[in-house]
Design a protein around this ligand. Structure first.
Ligand SMILES: NC(=O)c1ccc[n+]([C@@H]2O[C@H](COP(=O)([O-])OP(=O)(O)OC[C@H]3O[C@@H](n4cnc5c(N)ncnc54)[C@H](O)[C@@H]3O)[C@@H](O)[C@H]2O)c1
Length: 355
């Protein structure tokens, strides 16, 4: 009986309302197509033509709202998925939680530490399930690193050196008008709208780092600026040095004017150095370099977004906190919040800044 009722429960559709139907929303909608329990019940975007087009592509028509508050109030919606520019994440998440909805909000969770902490408190108070769309946890790359670190093959982590050098942001994103200056540009060019480049982009790498290190940030210093482009205030280059309370260190660099610059993550442990060479994770140490031992059976076998939603829907059904919940998201975001403070206030940031 118990087994049968659990199976029936597992097939209960999850009624989803999606707010924000720009570039990133297609990855969410693709995942829903692959998950039998996902039912898109409502859509919201300020661009009604875009919304109508998305609705046409759904297997059954959803309610549409240009005012996202109406989607949040819709009684047919149980889970609110927020895929709007970052400056809207805090208010939309807070309203959805207060209306009794579970929420999956795209990264970054919120533009400031204070806003992220408020979401964390509201999620705890309301008992709603919150996840932040840091799907790389379910990617093969990150899962392989995590397995090797957790297995102790390179011993305790002493230093992570990580760089991500990419080209410029996609120019087709929604526009943001700064109410103070009236200036209109892609939201990714504005700190008010994006938070910072590190918060918007590097937070995926920071989540990987904090998952590997498993210790809070102790202190951080950063340098960066807008050196290549004009007419924007989100940095195009930065470098960060961070210490964690475990004694692990991070040395991270970012740039968005170096298409093809690539990315690399090298982890130094007491027993070896882990890095990816020609697609494979290799450990360098005494003797010959050797392939890291990886249990292929425990690696992700589906798209990260599909796996993210499988786990999120299970968390919603079972009322269990998500591994992508506010605690994990805040720990990763702290590196970006601290970098912003360090650069703008020209100082070292410590754990006290987040007390
Ligand atoms: N997890 C990832 O790998 C990943 C990748 C890309 C983007 N993202 C995140 O996804 C989010 C959206 O990014 P994007 O590239 O899709 O941006 P986008 O500009 O392409 O899309 C944003 C959409 O939100 C809509 N919107 C703006 N204000 C709104 C409002 N008040 N109500 C309803 N809709 C509104 C816009 O009209 C637009 O359709 C950002 O937080 C970004 O950081 C995550």
């Amino acid at each position: 009986m118990a087994g049968a009722s659990l199976a029936a429960q597992a097939q209960q559709p999850v009624a989803i309302g999606v707010i924000g139907l720009g570039l990133r929303s297609s990855a969410h909608l693709d995942a829903f197509r692959k998950l039998a329990e996902a039912k898109v019940a409502a859509l919201s975007d300020v661009d009604s033509a875009r919304m109508a087009k998305v609705n046409e592509g759904l297997p059954s028509k959803a309610a549409t709202y240009t005012d996202y508050r109406e989607l949040i109030r819709d009684k047919n919606v149980g889970v609110v998925v927020i895929v709007t520019p970052p400056y809207l994440h805090h208010e939309m998440t807070m309203e959805a939680l207060r209306a009794g909805k579970d929420v999956l909000v795209e990264k970054p969770m919120a533009s400031t530490y204070a806003q992220a902490a408020e979401i964390q408190r509201e999620a705890r108070r309301s008992g709603r399930i919150v996840a932040v769309g840091m799907q790389r946890r379910y990617s093969r790359n990150d899962a392989e690193y995590q397995q090797v670190i957790d297995s102790g093959q390179i011993g305790p982590i002493r230093l992570i050196t990580y760089h991500e050098f990419r080209g410029d942001w996609n120019p087709r994103t929604a526009l943001y008008t700064d109410p103070a200056t009236g200036k209109t540009a892609s939201w990714r060019f504005s700190k008010k709208a994006a938070g910072s480049s590190e918060l918007e982009f590097s937070v995926h790498a920071f989540a990987m780092v904090t998952n590997m290190v498993k210790a809070p940030l102790a202190r951080l210093a950063a340098s960066g600026g807008v050196v290549h482009y004009t007419g924007r205030d989100t940095r195009d280059v930065s470098t960060i040095i961070a210490d964690f309370s475990s004694g692990a260190r991070l040395d991270y660099s970012f740039s968005c004017f170096a298409p093809g610059g690539g990315s690399a993550c090298i982890v130094l442990g007491d027993k070896g150095v882990l890095r990816r060479e020609q697609g494979k994770l290799i450990i360098f140490g005494d003797g010959k370099p050797r392939a890291a031992e990886i249990d292929a059976g425990r690696l992700p076998a589906e798209d990260p977004e599909v796996l993210m939603y499988r786990e999120f829907f299970r968390n919603v059904r079972e009322r269990r906190p998500s591994p992508l919940g506010p605690d994990a998201a805040i720990e990763a975001s702290k590196i970006a919040y601290a970098a912003e403070i360090s650069i703008s206030e020209n100082r070292i940031v410590t754990a006290k800044d987040f007390a």
